[in-house]
Design a binder for this molecule. Structure first.
Ligand SMILES: Cc1cc2nc3c(=O)[nH]c(=O)nc-3n(C[C@H](O)[C@H](O)[C@H](O)COP(=O)(O)OP(=O)(O)OC[C@H]3O[C@@H](n4cnc5c(N)ncnc54)[C@H](O)[C@@H]3O)c2cc1C
Length: 435
């Protein structure tokens, strides 16, 4: 990675606001980078794990995220280079791979890469800004008090800042402890078997197995009530497939639950042989239950208004939206811009309440877009194996409207109007819930 040739913006506050970020996932890293870029003093980013592995598999990052990351001085080409290089994706018929529709990847997921690889780059960007990433630092308690809320680590250490950002993921501790909200995953009725692996040299040279390993590609096979997504990295050296199917079992919501390859083989018995071959030879996979979270009525602590949730902690997405990480980046930018727009430290509460009001409707749209897409696909899937021709428009994915958006510009444009609303609510002592 090259050197940073940009300077962060000067802080409008003297001294700058201090911030602590909980969670060094993609959302927490984006928050640290955005706050630093806007001149705030990021004291540290805390993560409970001792070190990160190359966890997860494919993740999409859209232009809406790259636009902001570039403004913050991040070399986004570094991400683009390590992602899938295919310009298009193809939707295919389940039983024989017949091409139903081809469209640009930027209509669907943006740049698809390995979550662990993207995460490494984000972490490197944070560290190169001199921001302290403290691993093995689990937050176990919060104190929501003015003028500085505090957190307690498992070690007993207590840390304070003007603003605390809880980017602690889908199983957020801040959600129950700070917002007093329960964490009730709602089953979507679907689960995924997921596998990411390096095909062996024998598999790569076997014409019966290697059709989709010859160059970077992204394909979908759609059938009634199930579909397979396939993509590659490094020109086919790494191979990822995700089989979404009806879930009537009780798989726990986890990124690490082993999947049953015999069940996979049963589900793909009539799949296009060009894809079935390599799937059937896969050694192991994960079983991942797809759960919703009900939207939260608030994202900010009720006492000091200085602990703000961000990313999966408050707006987790279904995988079909391919926007979980990108929306976390947008939230990071909006929070930083709002904190920049206040005149004094006493007004942090105005900034955080404007942040949640600005972000809630957009993240809801992006979340429900993922749900609509899943429903449309699964509706379309019902007819694709009949003999009639499928209209390509019916099976195309359209996410591109999400990418043409600058969350910071939008926040600046609407700041004054929303600030007035928040001021009134704070004076009345009643914050109107987000939903
Ligand atoms: C293991 C894993 C694999 C994933 N794989 C995929 C994938 O393949 N495809 C995809 O699209 N999305 C995947 N995701 C989700 C995706 O990464 C997120 O939607 C997106 O990056 C936004 O995440 P986030 O930073 O808000 O939360 P997360 O990525 O979940 O990060 C939260 C971080 O907070 C830390 N944390 C939690 N509680 C505490 C605490 N009390 N104290 C300190 N630290 C804490 C966690 O260790 C974690 O590092 C995965 C997430 C995880 C955690």
């Amino acid at each position: 990675m090259g050197s940073i040739s940009y300077r962060p913006l000067p802080s409008p506050h003297n001294p700058p606001l201090t911030a602590i970020v909980i969670g060094a996932g993609l959302g927490g890293c984006a928050a640290a980078i955005a706050l630093h870029h806007h001149g705030h003093n990021v004291l540290c980013v805390l993560d409970k794990v001792r070190e990160f592995g190359r966890l997860g598999d494919s993740l999409g990052l859209g232009e809406n995220a790259f636009k902001l990351l570039s403004k913050w001085g991040c070399e986004v080409d570094e991400i683009k280079r390590i992602g899938n290089q295919a310009p298009n994706m193809t939707v295919r018929r389940w039983r024989d791979g017949k091409e139903l529709a081809t469209q640009p990847l930027m209509d669907m997921a943006g740049y698809i890469g390995h979550r662990g690889d993207y995460h490494d780059v984000f972490l490197e960007w944070v560290r190169r800004r001199g921001i302290d990433v403290k691993m093995g630092s689990e937050v176990v308690a919060f104190e929501d008090v003015d003028p500085q809320p505090s957190i307690t680590l498992k070690s007993g250490e207590v840390l304070k800042a003007d603003i605390i950002v809880a980017a602690d993921g889908i199983k957020s501790l801040a959600r129950p402890l700070v917002l007093g909200m329960r964490d009730d995953p709602v089953s979507s009725g679907y689960a995924c078997f997921r596998a990411f692996f390096k095909p062996t040299p024998e598999q790569r040279s076997d014409e019966k197995l290697n059709k989709y390993m010859k160059a970077d590609c992204v394909n979908f096979w759609i059938g009634p009530d199930l579909h397979v997504v396939q993509n590659t990295l490094r020109g086919g050296e790494e191979f990822n497939w995700i089989l979404t199917h009806k879930d009537d079992g009780d798989v726990p919501e986890s990124w690490f639950q082993p999947g049953d390859m015999e069940e996979v083989k049963r589900l793909i018995v009539d799949l296009d042989p060009d894809m079935r071959g390599i799937m059937g030879q896969t050694e192991k996979c994960l079983d991942w239950k797809i759960c919703y979270r009900e939207p939260l009525g608030m994202w900010v602590s009720p006492g000091s208004h200085r602990i703000a949730l961000l990313g999966d902690a408050c707006h987790a997405h279904l995988p079909t939206s391919a926007q979980g990480a990108s929306q976390a980046v947008e939230s990071a930018g909006v929070l930083a811009v709002c904190l920049n727009s206040i005149e004094s430290k006493e007004d942090v509460k105005v900034a955080t309440r404007v942040y949640e009001k600005l972000r809630f409707p957009r993240t809801r749209l992006s979340q429900t877009n993922g749900e609509d897409l899943r429903d449309r696909w699964h509706g379309a899937l019902k007819s694709v194996d009949e003999e009639k021709e499928v209209d390509p428009e019916e099976v195309k994915i359209r996410n591109s409207w999400l990418y043409a958006f600058d969350a910071e510009e939008d926040a600046l444009g609407r700041w004054e109007e929303v600030r007035k609303r928040v001021k009134r609510e704070l004076e009345d002592g009643r914050i109107v819930p987000l939903c």
